[in-house]
Design a protein around this ligand. Structure first.
Ligand code: PGA
Length: 268
């Protein structure tokens, strides 16, 4: 069934955002997820993306567990007078992943498509796997403008990448109206938009390279609805916010994804 990227496991990326509030709570959350993850590591690739100050502590806890580590943002310059910023180059010792272009960064911190493109390029140039987030606002969705808006964000986000960057790129489709609202997208809407994303990536970097780009869904994914996304043929996994902070719920989600992926043969 479908076109999951060949040989890939399903990817679950946990975007903790600015949570939890203490290092010890972060450690407790990781420990609570590690044990249940072990049983499903064959089918699920797990990337935890904590706030910067918790990265080192989480890195120690996940050593030799197969769990991967990601940051939630990066800056494109390697080093210099950029107060408050953290460069992609600084993350490489600890992280395998970096999220760029999350809608909260775009909305609250005024990141432009051009900034996002530079971050994506810097992340890949430094050897990180990049999760590039795209998604339409509620007003676009209700006006039927999802495809042009998301297509434009994908084109812009890829503008500084080359075809051979594709194995290091993941695109997360996250409708902004679905993030943190409990109002997850209909799987049919997610499917159509993911198909558009793949099509657009193919136009920009070529169909062959586009097949190596993984596509995730994100936006109010929880234990009750995750199956409806990961069973979609074009969906390579999910980016999870709120539910990734609840160890029991997130563990159930890992088990559900493993169950679905254990039954879907990878084809391209
Ligand atoms: P949510 O967040 O799962 O809480 O909706 C998703 C995200 O922002 O990546």
């Amino acid at each position: 069934m479908g076109s999951h990227v060949q040989g890939a496991k399903s990817l679950l990326a946990a975007n903790w955002k600015m949570n939890p509030a203490s290092a010890s709570d972060a450690a407790d959350l990781v420990r609570a997820i590690l044990e249940p993850y072990k049983a499903h590591a064959d089918h699920v690739q797990l990337a935890i993306c904590p706030p910067y100050p918790w990265l080192l502590g989480v890195a120690e806890l996940i050593e030799n567990t197969g769990v991967e580590l990601g940051a939630q943002d990066c800056y494109w310059e390697k080093a210099g007078a950029f107060t408050g910023e953290v460069s992609a180059a600084m993350l490489t010792g600890w992280c395998q992943w970096v999220i760029v272009g999350h809608s909260e960064r775009r909305a609250y911190f005024h990141e432009t498509d051009e900034d996002v493109a530079r971050k994506a390029a810097a992340g890949i140039a430094e050897g990180l796997q990049v999760i590039l987030c795209v998604g339409e606002l509620d007003e676009h969705y209700t006006a039927g403008q999802t495809e042009p808006v998301v297509g434009g964000q994908v084109r812009a986000g890829l503008s500084q990448l080359a075809a051979d960057d594709s194995p290091h790129l993941v695109i997360a489709y996250e409708p902004v109206w679905a993030i943190g609202t409990g109002k997850n997208a209909e799987p049919e809407h997610a499917y159509k938009t993911m198909r558009l994303i793949r099509h657009t990536v193919g136009e920009v970097i070529g169909q062959g390279a586009a097949r190596k780009v993984r596509v995730l869904y994100g936006g109010s994914v929880n234990a009750a609805n995750i199956e409806s996304y990961v069973e979609l043929p074009l969906c390579d996994g999910c980016l999870v916010g709120g539910a990734s902070l609840k160890a029991d719920e997130f563990s159930k989600m890992i088990a559900t994804v493993a169950e679905v992926y254990g039954h879907i043969p990878s084809t391209t």
